[in-house]
Write a protein that binds this ligand. Structure first.
Ligand code: CA
Length: 225
């Protein structure tokens, strides 16, 4: 999904993506972009910040309340502060205009592949009896569905995309809630406790997710014992 108000840039990116095997939707206002986002659940958002109705940063904020969909900001704003603000809100990457087509394609491919989910066919994570179906946004343990809230699911999806690696509290909070807030570590821990309980993991048991005390969490990958 491309959210960009300048018609020529919009059609340029659309053509570029389509000739490289992607399907691209375009929206020329922030409001239209959000409507299309909800309707189509895209695999990647390419977002301009200077939009006619609202600031593109608002779109990052709204998306990150519920979704982990990768967002690449494409903006004429070039200061360090602008970049930090967008990344703090949960954007995954920031490209300044004017941009190179190779650069945009490379970064788009990186984000879509790294996410490994969204509505991509075959988007399933599986390890140690735990299965996550990204397309259906569902989690299973030994074939039984684990009923999670949206937030709990988003935490699981984020950990699974990076399975095997320790993710810091701040990184998880940024990805799930879209902002860094020390008060939220508690909120994250509460969500994690509920997730573990729902998956039938007893306190202290090292299954599916390892608690790296004081640092963050790590989901076990398939090849770990
Ligand atoms: Ca613009």
């Amino acid at each position: 999904l491309i959210i960009e108000d300048e018609a020529n840039i919009c059609s340029f990116i659309q053509t570029l993506l389509e000739t490289n095997g992607y399907q691209a939707l375009v929206a020329q206002t922030c409001m239209m972009g959000m409507t299309m986002f909800i309707s189509y659940n895209p695999d990647l958002v390419i977002l301009d910040l200077g939009l006619p109705d609202r600031d593109g940063l608002d779109a990052i904020r709204s998306i990150r309340q519920k979704y982990l969909t990768p967002i690449i900001v494409l903006s004429a704003r070039t200061t360090e502060r602008d970049k930090i603000e967008a990344l703090d809100l949960g954007a995954n990457d920031y490209i300044t205009k004017p941009f190179g087509t190779g650069e945009l394609l490379a970064r788009a491919a990186l984000r879509v592949n790294r996410y490994g989910g969204g509505s991509l066919p075959g988007g399933v994570f599986s390890a140690q009896g735990l299965t996550i179906n990204y397309e259906r946004r569902k989690v299973f343990v030994d074939g039984q569905e684990v009923r999670l809230t949206q937030t709990e699911y988003n935490i699981m999806a984020f950990l699974s995309v990076h399975a095997g690696k320790v993710l810091t509290y701040a990184a998880i909070i940024r990805a799930v809630w879209g902002y860094s807030d020390y008060g939220s570590v508690k909120k994250l821990q509460v969500n994690m406790k509920n997730i573990r309980k729902k998956m039938g993991v007893t306190p202290g048991e090292k299954r599916y997710i390892i608690n790296e005390l004081g640092v963050g969490y790590r989901m076990l990958a398939e090849d770990e014992a």
